[in-house]
Design a protein around this ligand. Structure first.
Ligand code: NAP
Length: 492
């Protein structure tokens, strides 16, 4: 029998509390924070909000839990992470619904993100079984040298609102797999997804104190992490500006940092590629999550021989995108995340128009909706490097198209930014693909692939796009210290 509205777990009220030392808790002062649905500005839920000592208590709990968690075998930790993944898959519809309501992305995208996050937990549990040390040949026959991997310690995580499941899973998954304990903070705007994920971790048997969830203002949370000597690492995803601040603040206690920061990815189309197929891939990559994706393509360089065909196809496909509330069937593009984003996006487009760009579709707020934060998917041409949308990270549903002639010129243009997160190349010419992969300054290169992120491959940026890598075996190594052991043998 199908569930009724009253019994359907996907539509039950969402949990709203923090998780500290194995208990679900309200904030000390009883304060709450309204979570707003960007599609209609309604209140999704009021969640508990920290005001004082909650982060400190969570850190203390994580420090107490560390020795016993670290002492478990990788196989025992993997069992808990696998169970977490199973629970996330069972509860994927409910978690996805929460994500769509607090973040705005279409339900199908939200569900895919939850399943990707479940895979991430499972993959890191498995990978930790292969966290081998090394035996190193000694120079002297009376010595033996080897290395072992040691979990870093208590880890603090800070994540933004755009991928409220995937980004925490890339931090909590490997940290737990390695034997670290965690104090995690979601963005104020999207806490419910992480509450539901932490429920899965708790129900899978993660012991008290090993994972803690604090919902509260960012600055005091970061202050607590930086002040406490038990916190040995902070893993942050967010803007380059805040990342730089964290680098400066980490100096006092030499805290380890993993930083996943901003991006401004070029997408480059060569004339041998199938223009219709590339336009399809480009539109999918661009308007996924409304362009609010760190690796979203945001500068489109198209070879002059195919620029006209590509532009026409991209405009047609963009016009056909179904924009609406992400809970409705078939919606491909939801609202933008907050009112401020509308102003910023409009500013970028107005600046480009003022400097000669031509808007081919979109270009402004959508007037179809009475409430919510709606912007029309936008395509522009006659773009040049002096426009702000070519230098500032747009994080918006905007596709600026430029043309190019020579391979070396397009590499130079693509690299002419402080960012170096992702880059995309569309060609079937192996030599061109190889030269581009080697010449582009980006940590992630998608060749004929607009959506390259996957748990088993390293993800992260060069230049001002970050420090370190998440996902892949590199993403597990980020939660280990390498210990070198030298053994002198007794001389007989
Ligand atoms: P943001 O302002 O840097 O915020 C990111 C997170 O840090 C939020 O949880 C925020 O809390 C918190 N925060 C803000 N100020 C802080 C401070 N002084 N100390 C410690 N934490 C602080 O970034 P955003 O604009 O929300 O997110 C979009 C950015 O994230 C873009 O630049 C995007 O490229 C980047 N991003 C990068 C990746 C990647 O993997 N490289 C992935 C996704 C997003 P509040 O929400 O309370 O302000």
């Amino acid at each position: 029998m199908p569930p009724t509205a009253a019994s359907d777990p996907t539509t039950q009220p969402f949990p709203t509390r923090m998780y500290i030392d194995g208990s679900w808790r309200d904030g000390d002062a009883g304060k709450t924070l309204a979570v707003i649905n960007p599609a209609d500005e309604s209140v999704v839920a009021e969640v508990a909000y920290a005001e004082g000592a909650e982060a400190g208590r969570a850190i203390e709990a994580a420090a107490r839990a560390f020795p016993a968690w670290k002492a478990l075998s990788a196989y025992d930790r993997a069992k808990i992470l696998k169970k977490t993944a199973e629970l996330m898959r069972e509860r994927a519809d409910r978690i996805a619904r929460a994500m769509t309501m607090e973040q705005g992305k279409p339900l199908a995208e939200a569900k895919a993100e939850v399943l990707h996050s479940a895979d991430t937990f499972e993959w890191f549990g498995e990978e930790a079984k292969r966290a081998y040390g090394r035996i190193i040949p000694p120079t002297n026959v009376s010595k033996r040298y080897y290395t072992i991997k040691h979990p870093v310690g208590v880890v603090g995580t800070i994540t933004p609102w755009n991928f409220p499941a995937a980004l925490p899973s890339r931090k909590i998954g490997p940290a737990l797999a390695a034997g670290c304990t965690v104090v995690s903070r979601p963005a104020d705007q999207t806490p419910i997804t992480l509450i539901l994920m932490v429920e899965c971790l708790a129900d899978a048997g993660v012991p008290p104190g090993v994972v803690n969830l604090v919902i509260g203002p960012a600055r005091p949370f970061a202050d607590a992490l930086f002040a406490h000597p038990a916190v040995r690492k902070i893993s942050f995803t967010g803007s380059t500006e805040v990342g730089k601040e964290l680098i400066r603040r980490s100096a006092d206690q030499v805290k380890r940092l993993s930083l996943e920061l901003g991006g401004h990815a070029p997408l480059i189309v060569f004339p041998d590629a199938d223009v219709q197929q590339v336009a399809q891939a480009a539109v999918i990559g661009k308007f996924r999550n409304n362009g609010q994706v760190c690796i979203a393509p945001s500068r489109f360089y198209v070879h002059e021989k195919v620029a006209k065909d590509f532009t026409e196809a991209a405009v047609e496909l963009t016009k056909k995108l179904k924009v609406g509330n992400g809970l409705e069937d078939g919606v491909q593009v939801g609202p933008m995340f907050e009112a401020r984003a509308l102003d910023k996006t409009q500013g970028l487009i107005d600046d480009a128009r003022g400097k000669g760009a031509q808007v081919l579709t979109g270009g402004g707020r959508s007037s179809r909706f009475e409430k919510g934060y709606w912007f029309e998917p936008t395509v522009l041409t006659n773009v040049d490097g002096a426009m702000k949308l070519m230098t500032d990270e747009p994080f918006a549903p905007v596709m600026p198209i430029l043309d190019f002639d020579k391979l070396d010129d397009v590499i130079a243009a693509a690299n002419a930014t402080p960012y170096g997160l992702a880059a995309y190349v569309f060609t079937n010419d192996l030599t061109v693909a190889t030269r581009m992969a080697e010449g582009l300054e980006a940590g992630i290169i998608g060749i004929n692939d607009p959506i390259p992120a996957t748990p088993q491959c390293p993800f992260g940026g060069m230049k001002e796009s970050g420090v370190g890598r998440e996902l892949g075996s590199e993403g597990l190594d980020a939660y280990f210290e390498t210990k070198y052991v030298a053994v002198g043998l007794r001389q007989s």
